[in-house]
Design a protein around this ligand. Structure first.
Ligand code: COA
Length: 252
């Protein structure tokens, strides 16, 4: 496992995004590794909870943009990538998932939180979903799940204006449980995951299942995948990926 680390202790599987030099931007291989870890945890009676965190200061700068660019240019096909298996494993995981978020959370770094069951965030974290600026649409059922938490107009400002939420705002609005000093986030999330893992597992699983509208989430995932793939093929998206690569002095 290149850029994903897995640790298991106290019935908790911790999935660590371990690509700090790239702000933990997620590559196709990482999606595949996370999907496999989540699927394995779902089937493993020795795992009672899952914790996701990032290495370094930032939680996750979103999907690796070179993957979007490769799909937009026809070099690879995102429909055949590990994004689909990752989203399926995340959105259908029967076991509780806890997230520890510090620094930046961008794109999928935010939308994955909507599939988590407890979220601890640094007060000074920055959450953003700049899909429209990239010529794209919100993914991971977030066009359904974010408005359900924070309402239409605030969600639209996040998606369309690229407005950012601080950790404090994310907690106030119900995207996170608690905003904490950054250095306390990992310990709080880990304690919560251990507490969950010590509860009667079948009751936790049944409660999670009762609380989530699996059919609506699946339908939203299908709809936004199709829209996302359409948008990837637009000149606006190609221009946004080229601009990011140019900023970094790399070919798009
Ligand atoms: N995909 C690929 N590489 C990424 C990345 C991403 N989503 N986010 C950051 N990186 C890489 C940068 O290219 C850079 O690599 P380099 O050192 O080889 O040049 C490294 O991570 C550090 O990022 P950098 O941009 O130098 O740091 P910064 O502090 O100036 O800015 C961000 C950080 C996260 C604001 C900026 O990198 C960014 O806007 N990233 C894209 C976020 C995004 O749009 N994600 C997709 C959402 S759908």
């Amino acid at each position: 496992m290149g850029d994903i680390r897995i640790e298991i202790a106290d019935r908790v599987m911790t999935i660590i995004l371990d690509r700090a030099a790239k702000k933990n931007a997620i590559t196709d291989a990482m999606y595949g590794d996370i999907a496999a870890a989540l699927t394995g945890a779902a089937d493993d009676p020795a795992i009672g909870a899952i914790l996701i965190r990032g290495e370094g200061a930032d939680f996750c700068a979103g999907n690796d943009i070179s993957m979007f660019a490769a799909s937009a240019s026809g070099e690879s096909d995102i429909a055949k990538s590990n994004v689909g298996p990752f989203l399926r494993a995340l959105s259908t995981c029967p076991k509780p998932i806890v997230a520890a978020v510090t620094g930046r959370a961008i794109g999928i770094g935010v939308t994955m939180l909507l599939h988590c069951d407890l979220v601890y965030v640094a007060a000074d974290a920055q959450l953003s979903t700049p899909f429209i600026d990239l010529g794209l649409v919100p993914e991971a059922a977030s066009a359904l799940l974010i408005p359900a938490r924070i309402g239409h107009v605030r969600s639209f400002a996040l998606f369309a204006l690229g407005e950012k939420l601080s950790g404090v705002e994310a907690a106030t609005l119900g995207i996170a449980n608690k905003a904490l000093p950054a250095e306390e986030v990992a310990a709080a999330a880990s304690a919560a995951a251990r507490a969950l893992a010590a509860k009667p597992l079948s009751a936790v699983i049944a409660t999670k299942e009762l609380m989530r509208d699996a059919g609506a989430i699946e339908a939203a995932l299908t709809a936004d995948r199709d829209a996302f793939i359409r948008q990837l093929a637009t000149p606006e998206a190609a221009a946004a990926f080229a601009a990011f690569a140019a900023r970094k002095g790399q070919p798009a």
